[in-house]
Design a protein around this ligand. Structure first.
Ligand SMILES: [Fe+2]
Length: 573
């Protein structure tokens, strides 16, 4: 039984293929198209997933789409009658719903076939909840999705047990923590779709000077732990805030009103210097988000006093808040998917459909993120052969190493010698993070590594931290909390006595956004870090995504181009 899961006509379009309860393939469209957050019909990802499964689209029995036109219609109607929004906003919403509901027609047109598959529209947040709970190893868990918007809701709470997951409370449009964070991200001068992580990285440089103002913007509801936005500060519910796709890269119009400027003073324009005030606003935004986040989680736990939490939605990418869940709530264990945002809705919808048709067969479990394209040694050899002269002209030498132990030893030695190493191995990761298969690796011990990386390759804002990949078995010795964090979705404090040993991966507040590396899910990467640990007594490396302000590399050609165009020292394919 083949289920093709889609997130289409939405940021981070993606596809996956589930066959008889196993994930065959999953990937985001942006990697193939080379445009960040690409939104549209993800035909390249569909083609990849079908090829990986040896199928054509006509063979697929079920297709899931993580939108359900018509859901929450009474709420939509009540909103229109009471708020009377700009007709253009209404038109935009209706067009969006129509697109989502006609995805199967678009597929038929694009592939020139008549689909045999049954098409399932799964409510946006149900797909988010499913993308966490239904692929976790929990028998039961409290579930929550915290997001921008999808199907007229921003937040959904529910419970998962065995093969079932359901929603029983929602926060509806126009109230949204995602919109709050995005609007303030724009205010601080980061205008692009998906820039919120920059505010999270900037926050530790500030103080809570604007927290009182933030509490005027976001009102936590003491009765049920949910929240409301003070709508006078926002435009998304009255004006036609454009969500345009420039060449299918999402662009968002201004989300805040003049009233926010009255409250906080003039906004920073993109490119202007970052002053202490901007850092203080960033700190206060993050602190406000955490207040609202923990109020939601406390309310959720009160309703479902399970030790387990399944967490997803775009806001679940806030790894700083996620890292405090065990410290500030009664939850003892959580599962976050590798793609917590909308790309994960492809797997969420498909796993939801599988749970309905599985007839007692087991759920799928996703312990690793390696579900994308891989390339054979033969393909890589052919590529190197074809580019040999260019490689030699760039002053590079080519070595073929057949022995994995030697490969790891030599690579670990290069890292320990302050080289910037491209590491392109195995199947590409799904989700936004490079997790040791499409990574750039460096020595975490060097104080200047961050500057070297930024100057040579990454060219990103100097305040943003780099992250460590650490052997799973070493976590408790290096971090103040101990957990599986395979998808780099939690930030923990590095132990005080260890911070000076790894300055390149220690943020200004002593935290690190760790990835735990497990011998059973990525043996080669585990072996590499083990070799580095043998050489240096440090069981972690600096891991940053293999890219330069573009989607993470997908094909070996792109990895090789990075070597030739940047000042990377070594590429291991
Ligand atoms: Fe979403």
């Amino acid at each position: 039984m083949n289920i093709l899961g889609l997130n289409a006509y939405h940021g981070d379009s993606a596809a996956c293929l589930i066959r008889d309860g196993q994930l065959v393939a999953a990937a985001e469209e942006e990697r193939f198209r080379r445009i960040k957050h690409w939104a549209g019909l993800p035909t390249y990802s569909i083609d990849y997933c079908l090829a990986e499964g040896g199928l054509s689209l006509v063979d697929v029995e079920h297709i899931s789409i993580n939108r359900k036109p018509g859901v929450n219609n009474w709420r939509r109607l009540a909103f229109v009658l009471t708020r009377r929004p700009d007709p253009r906003l209404m038109f935009q919403k209706i067009r969006n719903i129509r697109r989502a509901s006609s995805a199967h027609e678009a597929l038929e047109k694009r592939y020139g076939i008549s689909l045999k598959a049954q098409v399932h529209h799964v409510e946006h947040h149900l797909a988010h909840l499913a993308s966490a709970f239904l692929v976790s190893r929990f028998d039961e868990a409290a579930c929550i999705s915290i997001d921008g918007f999808g199907d007229f809701a921003s937040t959904a709470m529910g419970f998962g047990r065995s093969r079932a997951v359901s929603i029983d409370e929602r926060v509806y449009f126009p109230h949204s923590l995602g919109i709050f964070y995005s609007a303030l991200t724009q205010f601080i001068g980061f205008p692009h779709y998906g820039d919120e992580y920059k505010v999270m990285g900037l926050a530790p440089y500030g103080k809570p000077e604007f927290l009182a103002q933030m509490r005027q913007i976001v009102r936590i509801q003491p009765d049920d732990g949910t929240f409301r936005l003070a709508l006078k500060y926002f435009r998304h519910h009255t004006d036609n805030v454009s969500y345009s796709w420039n060449n299918c890269a999402p662009e968002v119009g201004m989300l805040y009103t003049e009233r926010l400027i009255d409250l906080l003073g003039p906004p920073r324009k993109s490119g202007e210097p970052l002053e202490q005030k901007h850092k203080d606003i960033a700190y206060s935004v993050q602190a406000m988000y955490e207040e609202a986040f923990f109020a939601l989680l406390q309310a959720l736990h009160k309703r479902y006093p399970s030790p387990n939490l399944a967490l997803s939605g775009g806001c679940a990418m806030n790894s700083v808040a996620n890292g405090k869940v065990y410290l500030r709530t009664p939850f003892k264990k959580m599962y976050l998917p590798a793609a917590a945002g909308d790309a994960g809705g492809a797997i969420g919808g498909a796993s939801y459909v599988w749970s309905m048709i599985a007839n007692g067969k087991p759920r799928l479990h996703l312990d690793s993120a390696y579900s994308g394209p891989a390339f054979s040694d033969r393909e890589i050899e052919k590529l190197i052969e074809s580019k040999k002269q260019q490689i030699l002209d760039a002053g590079c030498a080519i070595r073929k190493i057949d022995n994995e132990k030697e490969l790891c030893q030599r690579t670990a030695t290069a890292i320990a010698n302050a080289k910037v190493v491209g590491w392109f191995q195995g199947r590409m990761e799904r989700g936004p993070r490079a997790l040791g298969n499409s990574s750039i690796l460096c020595d975490p011990r060097r104080d200047d590594m961050k500057d070297i990386l930024n100057a040579r390759i990454k060219r990103r804002e100097s305040f943003r931290p780099f992250a460590p990949s650490i052997l799973r078995e070493a976590v408790s010795g290096w971090f103040e909390q101990d957990d599986d964090v395979p998808f780099m979705m939690q930030v923990f404090q590095i132990r005080l006595e260890k911070r000076a040993l790894v300055p390149a991966v220690c943020h200004v507040d002593g935290s690190g956004r760790l990835q735990t590396v497990h011998a059973d899910t990525n043996p080669l990467y585990h072996q590499l870090i083990s070799e580095f640990s043998r050489l240096t007594s440090i069981p972690l490396v600096l891991n940053t995504s293999f890219n330069e302000n573009e989607p993470v590399v997908c094909r070996p050609e792109e990895a090789l181009d990075r070597l030739l165009l940047t000042k990377m020292n070594l590429l291991v394919l």
